[in-house]
Design a protein around this ligand. Structure first.
Ligand code: NAD
Length: 349
C-alpha cells in the first residue's frame, strides 16, 4: 500500500487532510507541515494534476516550503498549503469553494488559507463566507492586506540590492544590467523599482502583450524566453516559473548573481551547490520572496499596520546577509544554509 509516509517529499508533516464533497465535486488536500511557530499558514492552489500522486507531492512540498518561508520571515506562523484537484476544464463553482471553506473551518484555525495559483481574490471572498481562518481579502486604501504582489516585489528589489552590494560592492543598481524572467505581477514591480534606480533591463515573457507593456514602461529590451537565463548580466532575476535552475541552465549562466521572486527555483537538491561551485551568489527564493506572506500575515494576525509590513520586508536583506555570511564561513551553499536555519527555527534542526 502506498501511504503518504512513504513519499519522497514526506517530511514529518504533522497532518494531511483529504477532503471530499461529492455534491460539489470538491477534492482537496490540506497539508500541515509544522505548527511549531503558529497556525499552519499558506495559500490554496487550484490546479489540474496529471494524477492524485502529483497533487499530494505538490501539497507536501509546498507546505514544507511555507514552514521555511514563514520561519525565515520571522512570522509567528507555521507552514501549510492546500491544493484543490481541478478537473481538466478547471471547473470551479461557488458550491465547491463553500465546501472547501467548511473544510478549512473544521480544522479550527490550525490551518489558515489565502490565494495561490488559480485562486483569485473573488474566490477567497467566497471561501471566507464559510471560514474565518483566511486572509488575502480585498482591503480599503491604507489597510493591510489585498494583493501580495507589490509587497513581494519590494522584498525582491531590496534583496537584489543586497546581493549587488555583496557581490559587486555597489550601493545602487544604476547602470547595472538585470535579466528578468517574467513580466507578471512580481516581475513588473521589481522591474519598475529597478528602472527607477537606473538599471538596464532585459525582459522575457511568453505573454507578448505583457512583456511589450512592461518593456515600454521601464525602457527595457525584450528578449526571448529561451535566452534570458544565459544573458551576460549583473543579475539574473527569475520571476516566473519554478524549477528553472537545472544542471544545464546553471552551466549556461553568465551572471554573478541569481536573485528573483519565483518559488522553488532550484530543480534538484544539488542545484544550490552547483551555483555555489560556479561562484554565483544565490538569494534563496523563500527568503527573498517573503514580502507577500508578510503582508498577508499582518492582515490575518491584525498585529500591525503598513509600517510593520514595511519594516518586516526591510528585514529581508539582513536575513540574506546572514545566510551569505554563514555560507562564506562554512563553505556550504546559501540554499543549504537557509534550509538548516529554517529547520532550526521550526524545532527540527
Ligand atoms: P504572474 O502570473 O503575475 O506572472 C508570471 C509570469 O510568468 C506571466 O506573465 C507568465 O506569462 C510568465 N511566464 C510563464 N512561463 C514563462 C516562461 N517560460 N518564460 C518567461 N515567462 C514566463 O505571477 P506572479 O504573481 O508574478 O508570480 C511569479 C512567481 O513568483 C511565481 O513563481 C510565484 O509562485 C512567485 N511568487 C509570487 C508571489 C506573489 O506575491 N505574487 C509571492 C511569492 C512568490
Amino acid at each position: 500500500m502506498n501511504t503518504p509516509w512513504g513519499y519522497p517529499d514526506f517530511d514529518a508533516h504533522e497532518a494531511l487532510h483529504f477532503v471530499t464533497d461529492e455534491k460539489s465535486g470538491l477534492r482537496a488536500i490540506i497539508a500541515m507541515h509544522s505548527t511549531h511557530l503558529g497556525p499552519a499558514a499558506g495559500g490554496t492552489r487550484f490546479w489540474h494534476y496529471a494524477d492524485d500522486a502529483d497533487a499530494l507531492t505538490d501539497a507536501l512540498r509546498l507546505s514544507r516550503g511555507m514552514s521555511y518561508k514563514n520561519a525565515m520571515a520571522g512570522l509567528p506562523l507555521g507552514g501549510g498549503k492546500a491544493v484543490i484537484l481541478a478537473d481538466k476544464d478547471r471547473t470551479k463553482s461557488p458550491e465547491m469553494l463553500s465546501a472547501f471553506g467548511r473544510a478549512v473551518q473544521s480544522l479550527g484555525g490550525k490551518y489558515v488559507t489565502a490565494e495561490d495559483v488559480g485562486i483569485s481574490v473573488a474566490d477567497i471572498t467566497k471561501i471566507s463566507t464559510e471560514t474565518k481562518y483566511i486572509a488575502g481579502l480585498p482591503v480599503e486604501g491604507g489597510e493591510v492586506g489585498g494583493d501580495p504582489g507589490p509587497h513581494t516585489s519590494l522584498g525582491v528589489f531590496l534583496g537584489i540590492k543586497a546581493a549587488v552590494k555583496r557581490a559587486l560592492g555597489k550601493d545602487s543598481l544604476n547602470g547595472l544590467h538585470i535579466a528578468m524572467q517574467g513580466a507578471g505581477s512580481v516581475a513588473g514591480g521589481v522591474a519598475r523599482l529597478a528602472a527607477q534606480e537606473g538599471a538596464r533591463l532585459s525582459i522575457a515573457d511568453v505573454d507578448v502583450g505583457r512583456v511589450e507593456k512592461l518593456a515600454a514602461e521601464t525602457g527595457g529590451t525584450i528578449v526571448s524566453p529561451a535566452d534570458v537565463l544565459s544573458l551576460e548580466a549583473d543579475v539574473v532575476s527569475p520571476c516566473a516559473l519554478g524549477a528553472i535552475l537545472t544542471e544545464e541552465s546553471i552551466a549556461a549562466l553568465r551572471t554573478p548573481i541569481v536573485a528573483g521572486g519565483a518559488n522553488n527555483q532550484l530543480a534538484a537538491p544539488g542545484d544550490g551547490a552547483r551555483l555555489h561551485a560556479r561562484g554565483i551568489l544565490y538569494a534563496p527564493d523563500y527568503v527573498i520572496n517573503a514580502g507577500g506572506i508578510i503582508n498577508v500575515s499582518t492582515e490575518y494576525l491584525n498585529d500591525g499596520g503598513p509600517e510593520l509590513v514595511r519594516s518586516r520586508i526591510e528585514a529581508i536583506p539582513g536575513r540574506l546577509e546572514q545566510i551569505w555570511t554563514e555560507s562564506a564561513s562554512s563553505g556550504r551553499d546559501p540554499a543549504a544554509v537557509a534550509d538548516a536555519m529554517a529547520q532550526k527555527l521550526i524545532g527540527r534542526g
